[in-house]
Design a binder for this molecule. Sequence first.
Ligand code: APR
Length: 254
Amino acid sequence: MTIDSSPALQQVRQWLQDAAHIAMLTGAGVSAESGVPTFRDAQTGLWAHFRPEDLATVDAFRRDPARVWDWYAERRVNMREVQPNAGHRAVADFQRRHPGRLTLATQNVDGLHQKAGSADVLALHGNIFEDQWLDPCALARRPQEGCSPAQAEPGRPPRCVQCGNLARPAVVWFGEMLPHDALGAAERAAARCNVMLVVGTSGAVYPAAGLAHVARAAGARVVIVNPHPSELDDWAHAVLPGTSAQLLPVLLDF
Ligand code: APR
């Protein structure tokens, strides 16, 4: 029996077809078949010597902005070249066919869901291609006033020409809060969905993984798609062992 004809998969397809609203949480696994290395896999060569805390925390950036900027510059170059896979495309196509029926939250910063054409992606961990200011502008009279345009210096993060503030990648680093609006919207979607699809995530990092618990507590079916065991398996109503590029086109083809 192939996975396509397994009773568990047919059951999940039925739940999805019956669902008025579907919430979805994705992680690094959905981009694996596009060739995006996970955070830890990307730590090769020169970078293998650093701990994640040396590269992806605000303290690390303050200590050595050029080193962290360099690490992100290299990841940006690599991520620009990758393309969405069949899993990303299946989600985007489904959203086009059924506007408003599926809310997508992702922990990925690679922008591949957006590149595939997904609508209103809730980027819980930010976007690696964007920058934000490290601190509030030292010269602003009102909190909403930002810094002046940034001045680029080769190999270093751009600086505000007025106050010297540094630009940093607009990703959520270890120990940082998730973007309030995106997390709130994802929690609301989890609380009102009929089915919560959790795809390609180890389910180990909170608060993102908590969305599955919110959905379950609200009475939704929780479904895991992952070729390997995840920390959320015990909470799920169904666990489909397979890859996202393999299974999402089958699950979302109606
Ligand atoms: N299809 C689906 N799942 C896959 C595939 C695939 N082709 N290949 C691997 N996986 C699964 C793995 O089995 C694993 O459970 O994807 C998961 C990836 O787990 P992590 O690397 O821990 O990624 P993620 O869960 O997204 O991590 C959460 O932690 O590193 C930080 O901030 C970073 O956003 C990230 C967060």
